[in-house]
Design a protein around this ligand. Structure first.
Ligand SMILES: Nc1ncnc2c1ncn2[C@@H]1O[C@H](COP(=O)(O)OP(=O)(O)OP(=O)(O)O)[C@@H](O)[C@H]1O
Ligand SMILES: [Mg+2]
Length: 347
């Protein structure tokens, strides 16, 4: 039983190496043992929780009441509570300590930090809420026009054509939304293994500007691409990197006035190639800058929607770039255009 003895001797060490906080109280709710995690949690100096009444050590009313309850009823408690002191969520498990005759002589409470899980749950439910809202808007509009057609508007060919073309646009929006969501989820789930190969940014950017040339000429925009000779290739997945620039250029085009100017610049910065896309468009208000890469975030919802936007373009950009080990940034002032930048690692 030698190992038993060693284990017993090591209880303080074991408790102190735990991530969860552990507190033991006597019958009067006076703390008789607290591990390091618990001391950090109750913001006490080392050892200073010992022999202090719990009510004095802790200003967390819910916890104090819980332990009082366990001490008076002997009933085990599981609860989730937010600590005011650090604004984090803990799952607390408290049990009574009883002697052989069943008499209560104390209580043990274990505090497990569940903040990350709580935040994740909240993010997921916000996401589901946003998606549902985004899906409902075009669907409501499609349903409205279909009903009007069925109610008799079918008889008028012009009206009929106009309504059908709106239905067509809205269906296209739904399609794009689903496609964007699938792209996001496939990058996030890492289902699509990024097999990094050397990619020429010059070639990718030329392709992208070619693909977008109908929109560019339609708005009479002037697009300039400046890069240093012999620019090194970067490591990544060519299609995904292309998607990054399609989304950024699409924004530069959409949010620029007719006749505006777009400058794309690529240059080496230490072990990365930094590409910036600068436009002379409407710009982004200061208070929106920090949220611009969030899913579904749009400065002007109505305007973006009119342009067929889903608000997922920049979220996709950020995901792709970060999954490649690069960084995204933005600099803009309202009315003075915007500059979006992305970096990729060189080979
Ligand atoms: N170059 C830019 N100039 C001004 N505002 C921009 C620019 N790029 C993005 N924004 C703002 O950021 C918001 C989010 O952009 P994002 O690309 O994520 O979505 P979107 O363009 O609305 O839709 P999507 O790209 O999914 O079609 C836009 O709605 C717009 O308000
Ligand atoms: Mg966009």
């Amino acid at each position: 039983m030698a190992s038993m003895v060693r284990w017993d001797n090591n209880i303080p060490g074991i408790l102190n190496s735990m991530i969860d906080g552990v507190i033991v109280c006597d019958k009067e709710a006076r703390i008789t043992m607290a591990n390091k995690a618990a001391e950090n949690l109750f913001l006490a100096r080392e050892g200073s929780l010992l022999n202090i009444p719990l009510h004095q050590a802790s200003s967390e009313r819910a916890i104090n009441n819980m332990i009082d309850g366990v001490l008076s009823t002997g009933k085990e408690v599981f609860a989730e509570t937010r600590f005011d002191s650090n604004n984090r969520f803990y799952r607390v498990h408290a049990v009574a300590l009883t002697d052989v005759g069943g008499g209560i002589f104390g209580a043990v409470a274990v505090f497990h930090d569940v903040t990350e899980a709580r935040n994740f749950d909240q993010m997921r439910s916000e996401f589901v809420g946003n998606v549902s809202h985004e899906l409902r808007t075009p669907l409501t509009s499609i349903k409205g026009f279909v009903e009007t057609l069925l109610d008799g508007a079918l008889a008028n060919t012009d009206t009929c054509r106009r309504f059908l073309s709106i239905i067509d646009t809205e269906t296209e929006r739904l399609n794009r939304l689903i496609e964007d969501l699938l792209t996001l989820s496939s990058i996030e789930s890492k289902e699509r293994i990024v097999k990094p190969v050397p990619v020429s940014l010059v070639r990718v950017l030329r392709n992208v500007t070619n693909i977008m040339s109908p929109q560019i000429s339609e708005k009479r925009l002037h697009v300039e691409f400046i890069y240093t000779d012999g620019l090194e290739p970067v490591m990544g997945d060519e299609d995904l990197i292309g998607q990054v620039f399609i989304n950024l250029l699409d924004n530069a085009i959409k949010y620029s006035p007719r006749g505006g100017k777009i400058i794309i610049r690529s240059r080496r910065r230490e072990h990365r190639v930094v590409t910036t896309i600068n436009d002379t468009g409407m710009g982004i208000p200061r208070e929106s800058i920090s949220r611009i890469f969030e899913r579904f975030y749009r400065v002007d919802k109505a305007r973006s929607r009119r342009q067929g936007g889903t608000g997922l373009g920049l979220a996709i950009v950020k995901h792709i770039v970060e999954s490649h080990g690069g960084e995204v940034f933005v600099d803009s002032e309202i009315g003075k255009g915007a500059t979006f930048g992305v970096s990729f690692l060189v080979v």
